[in-house]
Each structure stands twice: as structure tokens, then as C-alpha cells.
Design a protein around this ligand. Structure first.
Ligand code: SAM
Length: 224
């Protein structure tokens, strides 16, 4: 029997209702995604909580995020690092960043988050040039063609033991097509190949189904 997308949604709703309570600030951050330039592009609540749990497991207090949108994942990450932690989130659009800042304020974490506006590659290179303290956890969730560049920047901004998560690696199954004309697919394929040949990194990737349809993410541990 094949489950339908409706079944996936129902199961996700059950898991979220059972295990992932959201307060008003998280609900508002998620729903305000509709007013951004990329409606409904935020992670699902159970994935947001997974990011927070990975931060806890990794003992992360410094987090770097590529792609803020309305700050939904950012709220999860900022809460995970605690009062003394820091999150730097990179976002192209000032319009989205303004919505995110309001959501971060509402969630009580604005003082521990810097939203840097502009192309994420430029912001990341500025962080490298400025000698930013290494990050313990990186979430890459911006424009997919730039994934290889974001991974390189992440490696310049992390330390052995850091964890890196890259979202949306399934591309409706097109990730297996070496000849795909879609530059987002090629961005994912290239970054996976880069990870595979980098002796410092151990990684796996998982397909997921749920409220966001068919998706998946890569999780990387920087061993050296
Ligand atoms: N991480 C967010 C969450 O889960 O709530 C969702 C991020 S959404 C998938 C991707 C975001 O990346 C959008 O807000 C988009 O404006 C931003 N983006 C796209 N291209 C970018 C670039 N070159 N530099 C920085 N951000 C970019």
C-alpha cells in the first residue's frame, strides 16, 4: 500500500501534536512565513525541534544559519543555544529579515541573534575576514545552487566536532539525475560530492516525508 501526501500530513500533525508543542511566538513565526518572499519555505515544526535537539546533543552555543526567512528555524536554534549563546543568520532580503527580527523579539531571543542582510556568501566571507569565533553548528537552508560555496564557508567558520545540516537535498527525486538541468539539483549533487571527498567530514543523508511533502536533509560531522 502506498501512503498519500495526506497520510504523511496526518502523521506529521499527530507527531507534532504529541511531541512538539509550539508557543505563540513559534506559531506566529511559522505563520508569518506567508508574508515573506518565499511563503511556506520554513522547516516543519518537527524538523525545527530536530535542529534544536541536534544543537543540544552537540553542546552548541554558537550557531550559523544560511537562510533566515521569517526566523522560524532561527527561533528554534536561538532557544537551543540558551541565554549565553549566539546565532548568526544570513538572509538576502531585508523584507524577510524585518519580519524575522519581529518574530525573534516576540520569542524573547532577539538579543542573542544577529540577522545579517545581503548575499549569504558575502556575509559569510566578511565573518571569515573578521576572524569570527568558530561556530559549533551550521544550518544551510538558503539558495540551493550556492550550497557548495556555503559548505566551504562553513568549513572556514567551524572547528573539529562541529555539526552541519544541509536542508532540501531530495529535489523531488531529481538528486539522482547527473544530467539534471536544474541548478538547485546540481548544487545539491556538487555539495554531496564535495562532502564525500573531504577526509575531515563524515556524513549521511535521509529522505523524509511529512507536512512538507517528500524532502530530506544531509547531516555532517566535522571530525578533523
Ligand atoms: N531557514 C528558514 C526556516 O526554516 O524558517 C527557511 C529559509 S528559506 C528555505 C530560504 C531563505 O534563503 C529565504 O528567506 C531566501 O530569501 C534566502 N536566500 C535566498 N538566496 C539567498 C542568498 N543568496 N543569500 C542569503 N539568503 C538567501
Amino acid at each position: 500500500m502506498y501512503a498519500s501526501e495526506e497520510d504523511w500530513r496526518e502523521v506529521d500533525a499527530y507527531f507534532v501534536d504529541t511531541l512538539v508543542p509550539e508557543d505563540e511566538a513559534l506559531i506566529e513565526a511559522r505563520e508569518s512565513g506567508r508574508r515573506t518572499t518565499m511563503p511556506q519555505a520554513e522547516v516543519a515544526p518537527n524538523q525545527g525541534k530536530l535542529l534544536a535537539m541536534l544543537c543540544h546533543i552537540a553542546g552548541a552555543t554558537r550557531v550559523l544559519e544560511f537562510g533566515t526567512l521569517a526566523g522560524y528555524s532561527t527561533v528554534w536554534l536561538a532557544r537551543a543555544v540558551g541565554e549565553k549563546g549566539r546565532v548568526t543568520s544570513l538572509e538576502l532580503e531585508e523584507h524577510n529579515a524585518a519580519i524575522a527580527r519581529m518574530n525573534l523579539e516576540r520569542a524573547g531571543v532577539a538579543d542573542r541573534v544577529d540577522v545579517l542582510v545581503g548575499p549569504a556568501a558575502d556575509s559569510a566571507h566578511r565573518l571569515i575576514e573578521d576572524g569570527a569565533e568558530p561556530y559549533d553548528f551550521v544550518f544551510i537552508d538558503a539558495d540551493k545552487p550556492s550550497n557548495p560555496e556555503y559548505l566551504r564557508a562553513a568549513l572556514a567558520l567551524t572547528h573539529p566536532g562541529s555539526v552541519i545540516v544541509i536542508d532540501n537535498v531530495v529535489r523531488n527525486g531529481a538528486v539522482t539525475d547527473p544530467d539534471s538541468p536544474d541548478d538547485r539539483v546540481q548544487g545539491v549533487r556538487t555539495v554531496l560530492a564535495d562532502i564525500a571527498q573531504d577526509a575531515r567530514l563524515e556524513a549521511t543523508a535521509l529522505q523524509t516525508v511529512g507536512s512538507k511533502g517528500w524532502d530530506g536533509f544531509t547531516i555532517i560531522r566535522r571530525a578533523h
